[in-house]
Write a protein that binds this ligand. Structure first.
Ligand code: ATP
Ligand code: MG
Length: 752
């Protein structure tokens, strides 16, 4: 752990502590109680509570309840539960923004008195029109001339409910020509005649997030206000509010990190709510949902979720994480912990004709590499069940289990062979008549019989009947939008599965590995001793989805035409819409990238120009919306040290495999600093990708020579180690090895 480098948030915190900016690190987790928290919130919880804990401070749990119409106490409970389940403690009572409504109102009055806020009475259309565009300055409202007295009086009447919704607004007086559209006289208060779940009917006006949030942070003495990247443009207002009010220091500062996205998963509370409301899933804790309640019900452990959050890190650029990584975390955790037991999901009866006794076989719950003790007795008799899949009448090539000509071992017990297949009138197999080899008992086998595998089984009379719920991914597409992408086979229920009796009678744990079937969890709600129910947590091995690059790029239909900006949907202009259509339909950009480009004139013209010089629409769009956009946050186009042509040249080198993606990032950094052409940088630094097998082979040989154990494991069947070797070789080339070539050559060399 100590060797790991600190993420940028922790570095900021340490620097602030070093400078003595704050006495204590105080963070907050500020969800809006309008739905159940999801795995994205887990990331935010892990960061906010984690940082506070590490630096000896504390973290508040604050319900950001400024929107009276969507909030509910059941969501408050779910949020509290999620934080607790993940093992964190908030400081004192749960906080509510609504508790600060009076104070926030007081600050609004102070702004009015300072001449920094005014009551506006434009209608919605006018407000939009007056706001201007990214390239055009806005125009201040004619009502901004109102005197302080007039503003105070109107604001008081707004508060007292004397106006209808939408009739007036309170706005900050900032700058209608600011490059940051958010700073064009942002709205501070809105009239809303709505019942609030806590404040009841006390208020007819509600503060907006941009006003309430910095003040709530300040009121609580927060030092580091950590949020996700979509709030980057709101930071200016955050600072403006706190600075303009001339509050007594220290004041909090906002820091943004990239939100978590996972493929095959929808992650907004709004979309999750839809799935729940439409009854596509069975409530907020449906084990297929990415809600904390869903993971909890499914059998995920808090540790696995926290490990996952740690493994994905904290960064400043958005990306999509492969769901396989989350599945790896839970598998990895359970592998070290849970008892192994035998279940039969699809029973086929086997009668062992030459066995007439009854015995109890001792079997450990844990394999040798799990540092836990415990065992149970497996009853064994003439009648057992095996899984239908473990017998094949006409086996396919490479089938190692029971066939008419191939014996198999019953795990922990004897070797059996098939003597007769019993079928019903439809020709379906209903029973196997078998023979066992008396001297073949596991651990004391003297039979000399060779088998190719061992299968699980349960004794027929003592086995317990269980219900098993097999979950698969809820969505069949990588970047699902909603209901239309649902996987119709995401839940399969097996009513009559069987399990060895000790699982039900002894209850050694609530989570198990059902040998060869996966990890399972006793459902915390529906499980009874009469009808035990088990949820499948995760398969034993990764089933599909190799790590894909550019997940967002390949998927998703061009459907999102609206940008979601903290709850407000700003419609596109005609011009933007035309661009968007062109980007998604002609250039095949995904909707998110197209949306970003279409709405940003600077970016889209930069993009067009780059495209004219090299036609690689998707890859150029990627770099423009990520890397170039990042630069433009702090600079004007004219201040950039590189041109669209340079970016095109860089992408061309990647497309032609002259340099790797990784090196491209490095070159881009350098372009931003030195202003040199990418080609020149690559040449000067010798960054050209190495694709020549003559150079790569010796490096591979060296890596292979250094890792004899892993080579052996690979050859014995652990194919996952291929990745390890490729990684080592790429590292040895300092990232310059051509991954494709390296991959192919490593495979070749390892197979010998
Ligand atoms: P949603 O869009 O799902 O409703 P939100 O951002 O509106 O999410 P809030 O309840 O307002 O959710 O957010 C609480 C905190 O959790 C915020 O600080 C927010 O930035 C953070 N958060 C929400 N989603 C994610 C995510 N996917 N990854 C990381 N942090 C997130
Ligand atoms: Mg929200």
């Amino acid at each position: 752990m100590e060797t790991k480098s600190k993420d940028f948030l922790r570095r900021v915190v340490e620097e602030d502590l070093d400078l003595g900016k704050y006495k204590k690190v105080i963070t907050r987790f500020p969800p809006e109680p309008n739905g159940f928290p999801h795995i994205g919130h887990a990331k935010s919880i892990a960061i906010n509570f984690g940082i506070a804990k590490e630096y000896g401070g504390y973290c508040n749990l604050r319900m950001d309840d400024t929107n009276p119409t969507t909030e509910d106490t059941k969501y408050v409970e779910a949020l509290k539960d999620a934080v607790e389940w993940l093992g964190f403690e908030w400081r004192g009572d749960v906080r509510y923004t609504s508790d600060y409504f009076s104070k926030i109102h007081g600050y609004a009055i102070k702004l009015i008195k300072m001449g920094k806020a005014y009551v506006d009475s434009l209608d919605e259309d006018e407000i939009r029109e007056y706001r201007g565009t990214v390239t055009q300055a806005g125009k201040r409202s004619r009502y901004a001339q109102r005197t302080i007295e007039e503003n105070l009086e109107l604001f008081e009447k707004m508060k007292n409910g004397e106006f209808k919704d939408g009739e007036h607004l309170l706005r900050a007086k900032i700058d209608m020509s600011s490059a940051n559209m958010k700073m064009r006289d942002p709205i501070l208060y809105r009239i809303r005649h709505a019942h609030h779940f806590r404040a009841k009917d006390e208020w007819s006006i509600y503060p907006l997030y941009d006003f309430a949030h910095p003040l709530s942070d300040y009121i609580e003495g927060v030092s580091h206000s950590i949020c996700t990247l979509e709030f980057e443009n709101n930071r200016d207002i955050y600072d403006w509010v706190l600075d303009t009010l001339q509050l007594e220091p220290p004041r909090p500062y906002q820091h943004e990190f990239a939100r978590l996205n996972i493929n095959y998963t929808v992650m907004s509370k709004r979309k999750l709510l839809e799935l729940v409301k439409e009854k596509i899933v069975n409530g907020w804790d449906d084990p297929r949902l990415p809600t904390i309640a869903g993971y909890k019900r499914r059998g995920y452990t808090p540790e696995s979720i926290l490990n996952f959050c740690e493994s994905i890190g904290v960064s400043k650029s958005n990306s999509t994480v492969d769901v396989a990584q989350l599945e790896f975390s839970i598998r990895d955790d359970l592998n070290k912990k849970v008892p192994r037991v035998m279940s039969i999901l699809n029973p086929l009866k086997v009668t062992i004709e030459n066995y007439d006794g009854y015995e109890k076989i001792d079997a450990s719950y844990y394999p040798a590499d799990v540092p836990k003790e415990g065992s149970r007795k497996l009853p064994f008799s003439k009648e057992i069940y095996i899984d239908r899949d473990d017998f094949m009448e006409t086996p396919s090539k490479g089938y190692f289990r029971l066939t008419p000509n191939q014996p198999v071992r019953l795990k922990y017990a004897y070797i059996i062979s098939c003597k007769e297949i019993v079928k019903d009138s439809n020709g379906d197999i209903v029973e196997i008549k078998a023979e066992y080899y008396p001297n073949s008992k596991s651990g004391e086998d003297e039979s000399g019989i060779k088998v190719k595998s061992a299968i699980q089984w349960v004794e027929a009379k003592e086995a317990k009947r269980i219900e098993v719920r097999l979950y698969d991914r809820l969505f069949k597409t990588q970047a699902p939008e909603g209901v239309e992408d649902i996987n119709p086979d995401s839940l399969k229920i097996i009513k009559n599965a069987l399990i060895e009796p000790a699982v039900i009678d002894e209850k050694p744990d609530v989570r198990f590995q059902f040998e060869r079937e996966g990890y399972f969890y006793a459902d915390p709600i529906d499980y009874t001793d009469e009808k035990p129910v088990f949820n499948k947590i995760v398969a034993l091995k990764e089933s599909f989805s190799k790590k894909k690059k550019n997940i967002a790029q390949k998927s998703s239909k061009p459907e999102v035409k609206k940008a979601q900006i903290d709850g407000e949907v700003v419609p596109m202009t005609k011009e933007e819409e035309t661009l968007f259509e062109n980007y998604t339909k002609e250039l095949k950009l995904n909707s998110e990238v197209a949306n970003t480009l279409a709405r940003d004139k600077k970016l889209s013209s930069f993009y067009q120009e780059a495209l004219e010089s090299f036609n690689s629409p998707v890859n150029i769009a990627n770099i423009v919306t990520n890397d170039v956009a990042r630069e433009l946050k702090t600079k004007e186009i004219d201040d950039l040290r590189f041109s669209p042509k340079d970016v095109a040249q860089l992408v061309k080198m990647v497309d032609e495999e002259l340099i790797s993606n990784k090196i491209a990032k490095q070159v881009f950094e350098e372009m931003g600093q030195s202003g040199k052409e990418p080609k020149a940088i690559v040449e000067a630094k010798g960054l050209v990708q190495i694709s020549d097998p003559k150079i790569i082979r010796p490096i591979i040989d060296e890596v292979i020579a250094k890792n004899p154990e892993n080579v052996e494991k690979f050859r014995a069947g652990n194919k996952k180690l291929l990745g390890f070797f490729v990684g080592q070789v790429l590292k040895a080339t300092k990232g310059k090895g051509n991954p494709k070539v390296v991959n192919a050559l490593v495979g070749e060399s390892l197979r010998g």
